[in-house]
Design a binder for this molecule. Sequence first.
Ligand SMILES: Cc1cc2nc3c(=O)[nH]c(=O)nc-3n(C[C@H](O)[C@H](O)[C@H](O)COP(=O)(O)OP(=O)(O)OC[C@H]3O[C@@H](n4cnc5c(N)ncnc54)[C@H](O)[C@@H]3O)c2cc1C
Length: 345
Amino acid sequence: MPTAATALRIERRAPLREHNTFGLPALAQTMVRIGGDADVRRVVDHPDYGRAPKFILGGGSNVVLTKDIAALVMKIEVAGRRLVAETADAWVVEAGAGENWHDFVAWTLDRGWPGLENLALIPGTVGAAPVQNIGAYGVELAERFESLDGVDLVTGRGVTLDRAMCRFGYRDSVFKHGLAGKTVITRVRLRLPRPWRPVLGYLDLERKIAETGNRQPDARTVFDWVCSIRRSKLPDPARVGNAGSFFKNPVVSAEQCRDIIGRDPEIVHYPLPDGSVKLAAGWLIDACGWKGKSVGRAGVYEKQALVLVNRGGASGAEVVTLARAIQESVYGRFGIRLEPEPVIV
Ligand SMILES: Cc1cc2nc3c(=O)[nH]c(=O)nc-3n(C[C@H](O)[C@H](O)[C@H](O)COP(=O)(O)OP(=O)(O)OC[C@H]3O[C@@H](n4cnc5c(N)ncnc54)[C@H](O)[C@@H]3O)c2cc1C
């Protein structure tokens, strides 16, 4: 029988630059690769690591690493994809937490199971998708979510959570609150409704319809449109380090919004069903003159003020300094506190 220590794939002083899309330099004092539930249990039962602080790492596309990580880094590499069920009203598909999200979306389409096309090209892993309830182009993960499996990092017990238990919100879930750092997600199941109906309400997709004259695109066409829109707007992390949108779009009361519109009639805003109003964080940052600016080797992307980029060799501290300067100027001008979307480690 292998012992817990020999069975685990452990690396010391593991460089993390390749494991975060910002390309920030940091070392994991100890990193363990997690290939399945059994590996998580081996960590929990391990005499040295069982009680040690832990950090769960997927594709590193929503983290800002500001220093070396002393906590045990659990690099999630759980593989596998399958069709769980096919009924008259849905396909239920499952993927291991370490699968690449975009590859999984493409795989479902290739097999004729549409429904995830609006979420194409979001970097990262399947396991991290529920953590911040990823969303894009009018669809949020929560709308396609069936359930997930995970392992409790204290007891080593397997858990299954349904949609209600995940408490999804805007870029939010229980994994950012009560279960933050406490449960490793190992498998995710999604429900893709039949018959498929395209989601085309997003402005950029309406533009594609107008440009092409195609009013009834199939799922593959929507996938291609989303990929081309994203490629034209967002920097490719393989070439320019970034973590996507750096700040959440702030939600304010209708009264607050009226007040801001009184001073800035141009402000981009979206009324929400509950009467509150979502403001475009990118517009607020642009209005403060940040687009294209830099602080040290960290900068604001020229085409989209919501994206902070690594201009080459930036440290996590430089990114955080830039983010704070932006927060201060947006607060100074609009009285709104921008909240970062990525996890600052
Ligand atoms: C260019 C670019 C574009 C992006 N566009 C979008 C977008 O359109 N919409 C959107 O919502 N996001 C977007 N993002 C953000 C990012 O892609 C998502 O948040 C993604 O889900 C992060 O996945 P990851 O595997 O890289 O997670 P990581 O960055 O590795 O981790 C993020 C958080 O999840 C936790 N975590 C990771 N895996 C697990 C697990 N298996 N179990 C428990 N906790 C876990 C980590 O501890 C950490 O707190 C973008 C990022 C980039 C770089």
